[in-house]
Ligand binder design. Structure first.
Ligand code: SF4
Length: 263
């Protein structure tokens, strides 16, 4: 059986990233390296997607490479032997719930660590995987229905997906599982919306929750503009003062830990 996977620099399932938010929450003291498996499908079509999630061929993201699941299984074993966390990402792994669960179960049986990066749209997927995961990243792209619809390109499913996202974050939080909640920030992101999100995240009462404001870097044509770092930092500081229980960071670039500014 083959599944579509997004290559990174021409290679499949070889990208390495570090889960720096875990150090920021005090959950770990050293950076955990993750090997990233990027599934080549997504139920969103965000116009700014770095993985070209809006460019589909049928149900799959254009330029995906079809890979035998046996080959993926071999890579899982190899990465575990070298001490990597297995991160299931995308696109979105919820589009391949069965394969994702099989990998996660295998990794846990072998004593490894599993992390999932999910757009939040599928709390049933979260429920299915939760017992086989160590930490999550979940997107909360907006908490306002109109805006959520615009930036996710999800049309008449957007209300459902927004409600599902709040449920997914709540679910992970009920188990106190470490989660990085990621909000994309554009130049027109309003502080009042971020305050609404802060209230929701506070209500999750998860001591291992870290909220990352991700600065949009300007890949999409026309519609979206990058924000000013100083403006976002000021907003984040005011919110942190009002909600000191929240752990907040700004992802200003993708240069490892130095690109993540803790507020
Ligand atoms: S949810 Fe993520 S992978 Fe899917 S289209 Fe949006 S940015 Fe791309």
């Amino acid at each position: 059986m083959k599944i579509p996977v997004l290559p990174y620099k021409g290679e499949v399932f070889e990208e390495v990233r570090y889960a720096h938010f875990l150090e920021k929450t005090g959950y770990t003291t050293t950076p955990l390296p993750m090997k990233i498996l990027s599934f080549g499908a997504c139920n969103y079509s965000c116009p700014y997607c770095k993985r070209n999630g809006y460019r589909k061929e049928g149900n799959y993201i254009k330029d995906s490479i079809w890979v035998e699941t046996g080959e993926i299984a071999e890579k899982v074993k190899e990465h575990l032997m070298h001490g990597y966390v297995i991160r299931l990402s995308g696109g979105d792994p919820c589009c391949f719930g069965g394969v994702a669960k099989a990998i996660a179960k295998y990794v846990k049986r072998k004593g490894g660590m599993v992390s999932i990066a999910h757009n939040g749209s599928d709390p049933e997927f979260v429920q299915q995987l939760i017992d086989y995961t160590d930490f999550w990243a979940i997107d909360l792209k907006s908490i306002r229905p109109d805006r959520f619809r615009r930036i996710t390109g999800t049309g008449n499913k957007s209300n459902k997906y927004l409600n599902n996202t709040l449920m997914s974050i709540s679910l992970v939080s009920w188990y106190d599982i470490p989660v990085e909640v990621r909000t994309i920030i554009f130049d027109d992101t309003e502080e009042s919306e971020l305050i609404e999100i802060a209230k929701f995240l506070k209500s999750c009462a998860n001591p291992n929750l870290y909220w990352t404001l991700r600065l949009y870097k300007g890949q999409a044509v026309g519609k979206f503009k990058s924000p000013e770092l100083t403006k976002v930092t000021d907003m984040a500081r005011r919110i942190r003062e009002a909600y000191p229980v929240l752990k907040i960071g700004i992802r200003k670039n993708w240069n490892g830990e130095s690109g993540l500014l803790t507020i």
